[in-house]
Design a protein around this ligand. Structure first.
Ligand code: NI
Length: 135
C-alpha cells in the first residue's frame, strides 16, 4: 500500500446511513476500507470507459426526478442533439416523481460517452449506467 492521505468528506445523511447498512451486511469492519473499494471501482470504471473506442452498440439507463424544473425538456433536448446515435428510447414512470429512461445507442464510442457525460452532469439525474457491446 502506498502513502495514506486523510481527507474530510461530507455526505447526505441518508446516503451515509444506506452505505453503512450495506457495508455492514457485506461484512466490512471498516468504513474506510469500504470507501476505498468503492472509489477504486469508480476509478477503474472511468479508466475502462476512457479506453472504449470505435463503433459500439449499447444502452444507457438513467433514473431522474421529472418534477425538477425544466429537467425533462432539457433531457429531451440533449437526446435530440444526439439523434444520430440514438436508436430508441423507453420511458417508465416509476413513482410520482421518478422516471426511468433507457436509451438504445449505436455509433462512435466517443459520441456515446459524450451523451452519457451530458446526462450525468444534469442536476436531478440520480443514476446513469452504460452498457456497451462491440457489435
Ligand atoms: Ni415519467
Amino acid at each position: 500500500m502506498g502513502k495514506i492521505v486523510r481527507v474530510g468528506v461530507t455526505f447526505p445523511s441518508k446516503l451515509l446511513s444506506d452505505f453503512d447498512r450495506i457495508i455492514q451486511d457485506m461484512g466490512y469492519k471498516s468504513r474506510s476500507k469500504a470507501i476505498h473499494d468503492t472509489v477504486r471501482t469508480f476509478v477503474n470504471k472511468q479508466k475502462w470507459l476512457a479506453d472504449i473506442k470505435g463503433t459500439k452498440t449499447g444502452s444507457i439507463t438513467m433514473i431522474y426526478n421529472h418534477e425538477m424544473r425544466e429537467l425533462e425538456s432539457d433531457l429531451t433536448h440533449t437526446q435530440h442533439h444526439f439523434e444520430s446515435i440514438i436508436c430508441a428510447t423507453m420511458h417508465v414512470h416509476l413513482t410520482k416523481e421518478k422516471c426511468l429512461e433507457t436509451i438504445a445507442v449505436k455509433g462512435e464510442a466517443e459520441k456515446i460517452k459524450r451523451l452519457v457525460e451530458k446526462l450525468k452532469a444534469r442536476k436531478g439525474v440520480e443514476e446513469v449506467t452504460l452498457n456497451v457491446f462491440s457489435i
